[in-house]
Design a binder for this molecule. Structure first.
Ligand code: ADP
Ligand code: MG
Length: 265
């Protein structure tokens, strides 16, 4: 007798269907007919020149803005506003200056109704993950930009979102702190298993972080290319320099540079 097998569920963590966003009473189209599906536990980079609609698309996914047309589904359910399934990290540091690091991390969980004891335990765990446990009682004013952004990461991850949304999260940091943060990001995502969308206009950052790169063109914002970062062989790398010698790195970098150039001329 043949065994009955369970059907395989392949509902995407996020599905954007024909998203169009217009401003100025319809006279300006920021996003035009954008469709894509995200795969579970993948890191997708939105790459493209300034003004191509990356932030608009991310804010629509977060539920902070509404598309003029089109639909958005999270695991098959229509979304119409923000929800704890989607956590957002912005470029500017968003810690509350009057709260210590640990209180900042606890804050988001308080809204979710998690008990005080559990909040503290989870907050300390996540501060440890971002290597800030020794700074639990420090205030943001006494922290560097990189440290503040690690607090923001810990706070968002502690709320356990399925989808992590990041808008140029390391854009305001010095070059060296920036790559340390990129490597930390890979470490965290390997542990926490999130579906991630990270916006960047930095080609090297996109290649290092992403499993897939969606390149946007501008005026109007459309998907110009949807590129699997296949030269990494499905792996993620703890150190940026490990990528440099892999066959395919240079070719992808060159392709992305020429796409970027086409957009900015
Ligand atoms: P990116 O993040 O790729 O730089 P944005 O999504 O911020 O691009 O913006 C896409 C386009 O939409 C830009 O031309 C921007 O000026 C325009 N735009 C964004 N928000 C608004 C708004 N609230 N009103 C009018 N135009 C907007
Ligand atoms: Mg932007």
């Amino acid at each position: 007798m043949a065994l009955k097998t369970d059907p395989v569920t392949t509902v995407a963590p996020l599905k954007a269907s024909r998203i169009t966003k217009q401003y100025l009473g319809g006279s300006f189209t920021a996003l035009d007919d954008v469709s894509f599906e995200l795969a579970e536990n993948q890191i997708t980079a939105f790459l493209g020149p300034s003004g191509c609609g990356k932030t608009t698309m991310l804010r629509i996914i977060a539920g902070l803005e509404y598309p003029t047309r089109g639909a958005l589904e999270v695991f098959g359910k229509n979304v119409k506003g923000p929800g704890p399934d989607r956590g957002m990290i912005f470029q500017a540091y968003t810690s509350f200056p009057w709260l210590t690091a640990v209180k900042n991390v606890e804050y988001g969980m308080k809204i979710l109704g998690i008990s005080a004891a559990e909040r503290r335990e989870r907050a300390m765990n996540f501060l440890k993950l971002v290597h800030l446990d020794k700074f639990a009682d420090s205030y943001p004013a006494s922290m560097s930009g990189g440290m503040k952004q690690r607090v923001a990461l810990a706070r968002t991850l502690a709320q356990n979102p399925t989808i992590l949304l990041m808008d140029e999260p390391f854009g305001a940091l010095d070059a060296q702190v920036r790559w340390e943060m990129q490597e930390l990001m890979i470490e965290l995502i390997e542990r926490e298993k999130k579906t991630v969308v990270a916006i960047t206009h930095d080609i090297e950052e996109a290649i290092y972080l992403a499993d897939r790169i969606i390149f946007f063109s501008r005026q109007p914002g459309r998907i110009k290319a949807d590129i699997p970062v296949s030269f990494k062989g499905g792996k993620r790398f703890k150190r940026k320099e490990e990528l440099l010698d892999l066959p395919g790195y240079g070719e992808l970098e060159r392709d992305l540079f020429s796409m970027m150039r086409e957009e900015i001329k």
